[in-house]
Write a protein that binds this ligand. Structure first.
Ligand SMILES: [Cu+2]
Length: 168
């Protein structure tokens, strides 16, 4: 019954239940709420940190505040200022976001949100290499498929979002 209810609600179990990103696709050149789902720990060990590397082209990013987790935001300077949302000039962008705390036991799941401004690159897929630190062990969801290769062929695929054309 629960499976059917989830299916009806349009929730599809992430392939192999690794750290994944929803939605799978989002409109280019727009704001989006990206949700990273952590469905398990490392070989049964609880998760104590999640570190997400942001791809090029994201000119603004805001991570979710999560009770019990400390958020650290690392930035990097752009080689040349870019024209950001509302025509603002952007010289520094978020490079990496880390949530540390919990811990999140292996028998529970949790989600970590990130509001971003997606670049005007319809048709491209953006990858967010993610490191899951556990009380023992680490999960490196950082593999990016080669051109023409399916992400389902990878052992530890990086969470990704496909950019689609913005509807007029
Ligand atoms: Cu998994």
């Amino acid at each position: 019954m629960a499976g059917a209810a989830l299916a009806m609600a349009g929730w599809v179990a992430p392939a192999a239940a690794h750290v994944t990103l929803q939605p799978a696709d989002a409109a280019a050149d727009s704001y989006a709420l990206l949700t990273f789902t952590v469905p398990h720990g490392c070989e049964g060990n609880a998760t104590k940190a999640l570190r997400v590397k942001l791809p090029d082209g994201i000119l603004s990013a805001k991570p979710q505040m999560k009770p019990g987790w400390k958020v650290e935001i690392k930035t990097r300077k752009l080689d040349a200022p870019a024209r950001g949302p509302h025509g603002k000039s952007v010289a520094e962008v978020v490079d990496e976001v880390e949530w540390r705390g919990g811990p999140l036991p292996d028998n529970l799941y949790d989600t970590f949100g990130l509001i971003v401004r997606l670049p005007d690159k319809a048709g491209q897929t953006l990858y967010f290499p993610t490191v899951q630190e556990c009380e023992q062990g680490v999960g490196r969801w950082t593999e990016i498929p080669a051109t023409g290769q399916g992400a389902d062929k990878l052992h530890a695929p990086a969470p990704a979002v496909r950019l689609k054309a913005r509807s007029p």
